[in-house]
Design a protein around this ligand. Sequence first.
Ligand code: SF4
Length: 283
Amino acid sequence: MKKIILAAINARYTHSCLALYCLKSALRGIDVEAVVREFSINRNAEEIMQSLVSEKADVIALSVYIWNSALVRKLIPALHEQCGDALLVLGGPEVSYNPASWLEAFPFIDFIVTGHGEEGLKVLAEKGFRGGKKIIALPNPHFNQMPFPYTEEDLEGLRTRYIYYESSRGCPFRCAYCLSSRSDQNLELKNVETVKAELNLILRKGPRLVKFVDRTFNADLDHSRAIWRYLLEKHGGGPATFHFEIHPHLLDEEDFEILSRARRDCSSSRRGSSPRTRKPWPQ
Ligand code: SF4
């Protein structure tokens, strides 16, 4: 059985990388051992490299984002040298729009999985990471069909860190400077009843901060209002703080009425604060 390390370098220790858990869940049912390993950019490339080498994996899959791209560029030549037998796979937004230039700069990369990645990595794993093209560009099924990314064990391990969750993928807007405006990033919503059930699984573990990474959470008003109402009614008195990225210009009186029912707390996601420290807003 092949051992696959799904690795990411997060911007802070408290952050976690939702993509890795999505990829791990996409590999369920395939005869591989998928292991999530998360680092923070405060660790140097040598430390991260040694940690990955010590895993003796068959495949190392690295998630590349804007905040870790420079470190990944520094890391992968050494990783290739030290783990010569392990296959190196890259994925994530930073390699998805320009995979050819990454392959040109680092020809030893075995595969680059573009786009959301679950289907691409799954098919690659099913084929035993053998042969074919180096750039794997396979569309996912509709987001509504994607499995819940976390296991009980994952949620337990993330209880004191930020838990990321998405109730939709893609964005209907086309801001020229943003990767989420690409034509392969169309808005796809998860069924609200599924979202409620998944949030219950997360909140059962008592996390302090749940961050929705929906690109524009209120892009579909029926969807966002149904989730806000549910959280306020069922979990409004709980310890969790919820973070949403929204478009303010889409808010109207109905949203203000719903949101006015939320507890008046200082967001624990403010810069420099930890998910464990919460102070009241000044009255
Ligand atoms: S995610 Fe935000 S910045 Fe990006 S396209 Fe959508 S609205 Fe624009």
